[in-house]
Design a protein around this ligand. Structure first.
Ligand SMILES: NC(=[NH2+])NCCC[C@H](N)C(=O)O
Length: 507
């Protein structure tokens, strides 16, 4: 792909033009219960069903960004009915849809691996990381097709015959479908994550290669990296745990052209945030002037901030009601029972209260790297709901009376918690007011309807779009529902399954 062409994201809701995804690969079919905790899963997944669900998502993205390729996959599917996973969805197959707007990490990697020097470098880096033997390294080097090699580096399996047979060389990357978590476009820069757990570290390594050698080949200065301080290795184990520098993309939202949100969570540490703020403010060209940091409890149910809220439209948000200070002030009993629940399955202090700090970039002349930036607690921002209102009003010029918050599960226990768990708050905007969610979150869907949104099933809509009965431009104020029985088990929604590279500016 052309290096550094058309990479720009300045909001969460501008019309989506280009993104990186990763279709569920065979590694997901290898998860065993003994590995749930380490591999960040809560269940085994029925892979072929998950793929059927995911393919609706891919089709939808193609309809909105690359209609020719949408037509191609729809025709292909029709001509091959009965195929479990049609070849047009496989990045290593000749029939792959190969779009320039819906890019798969696996396809991007295989293109890079056509270069001998990069092939050598990537294999050494991955094998070094995984502690593999030289025999494994040589086996990988000897692979003919770069498509097979890319797949092996992701799934951890050197295929022999069908997908289910082959040699295991390292652990799979079952969370690679959540491409949001590995990197975030910040205006025309890319912020690379530093994963919190070993299960996701190889993902970061692969993404770094894609960013360095494909997306930003000619502009390495546009990459923002989060690293451990140089004296980290000197610290005791205890100090290292305290000062771990991790930041995952699910905690970062490019909310308005000069405003970035960063969550402090189970996955993103204060040291990671500190590093991000300094690196972003030190670079005069990122365009970021304020960074709001949101501290949420360190809890599996809400590993990133995008599991508790996302933006739907300039004036509309979906939020987990337990984090609305407005509701919690009214409902002290509910707050108490919620805190108790959060604490009961966690030994360490989780810290329930949401805290928000705003960091303001000082004028460039007075900026001394790593020394000064202004921190403020805005008195009118007392929690998440007032932050979201503040963004609609001040960043998007919405009339204060017009801001609306949709609460997951219609803010009624137990649906609020159940639907937050299955990513009712984790929506991807295809454009201002058109978002993608999961069909299982019925109470949340009901609230969308009450608020005046249309609701459409992805499969039906894809058919209508395919037949030209409706055009993407004609779709407004709509929640599009993906089938989600299996997809939701991986514990992420459409927001985390997307890494936007290009969105149009809002009018
Ligand atoms: N941005 C997100 N909410 N990502 C969800 C990631 C889910 C994944 N199983 C994990 O625990 O890492």
């Amino acid at each position: 792909m052309n290096p550094n062409v058309d990479i720009h994201v300045e909001t969460e809701i501008g019309q989506l033009k280009k993104l990186i995804i990763h279709s569920p690969d065979g590694g997901i079919g290898k998860i065993v219960p003994a590995k749930f905790k380490e591999w960040l899963y809560d269940d085994t997944v029925h892979l072929s069903e998950m793929r059927r669900e995911y393919n609706q998502y891919v089709k939808l993205l193609l309809h909105f960004t690359d209609p020719e390729k949408a037509a191609y996959v729809m025709d292909y599917e029709k001509s091959t009915t009965g195929m479990q996973q049609p070849d047009c969805y496989k990045p290593d197959n000749k029939a792959y849809f190969n779009s320039k707007t819906v890019l798969d990490t696996q396809f991007l990697l295989s293109e890079l691996l056509n270069s001998d020097s990069l092939r050598q470098r990537l294999i050494s880096a991955v094998c070094g990381w995984e502690g593999s033997s030289s025999r494994t390294e040589n086996k990988l080097m000897a692979m003919d097709r770069s498509e097979d090699l890319a797949k092996a580096l992701i799934t951890g399996i050197i295929k022999e015959g069908s997908e289910d047979t082959g040699e295991f060389i390292f652990a799979p990357l079952p969370n690679f479908i959540f491409t949001r978590d590995i990197a975030i476009t910040v205006n025309d820069h890319l912020l690379l994550s530093n994963a919190a757990s070993p299960a996701r570290e190889r993902e970061s390594l692969l993404m770094k290669f894609i960013a360095q050698y494909a997306l930003f080949k000619n502009q390495p200065e546009k990459l923002i990296e989060i690293t451990e301080p140089s004296n980290y290795f000197l610290l005791s184990e205890q100090e290292q745990a305290m000062q771990k520098t991790s930041l995952e993309g699910g905690d970062v939202m490019m909310i308005a052209p000069n405003h970035l949100l960063i969550g402090c969570s189970e996955r993103t540490t204060p040291a990671g945030i500190n590093e991000a703020i300094h690196n972003i403010f030190a670079d005069a060209t990122t365009g970021i002037e304020k960074i709001s940091v949101i501290k949420i409890p360190q809890h599996r149910a809400m590993m990133h901030i995008d599991t508790v809220f996302t933006q739907v439209r300039k004036d509309t948000w979906v939020l987990f009601g337990a984090f609305s200070e407005k509701i919690m002030q009214l409902d002290k009993r509910r707050q108490y029972s919620y805190i108790k629940r959060l604490h009961s399955d966690r030994h360490k202090e989780t810290g329930f209260k949401i805290e928000i700090l705003r960091f303001q970039k000082p004028l460039q002349e007075s900026y001394v790297p790593f020394k000064n930036y202004e921190v403020s607690i805005q008195p009118h921002i007392s929690g998440l709901e007032s932050l979201l209102r503040d963004i609609s009003i001040h960043d998007f010029g919405v009339d204060p009376d017009k801001v609306q918050i949709i609460y997951s599960g219609n803010n009624t226990f137990p649906y609020d918690e159940r639907e937050q768990w299955t990513d009712a708050c984790n929506l991807l905007a295809l454009k201002d007011g058109v978002v993608v969610g999961y069909d299982r979150n019925e109470r949340t869907i009901g609230t969308f309807k009450k608020m005046g949104f249309s609701v459409k099933n992805a499969a039906a809509l894809n058919e209508e779009l395919g037949r030209g009965l409706i055009l993407p431009d004609e779709i407004e104020n709509t929640l599009i529902l993906l089938p989600s029985a299996e997809l939701s088990r991986a514990r992420g929604g459409s927001h985390c399954m997307s890494q936007p590279l290009l969105r149009e500016k809002l009018p």
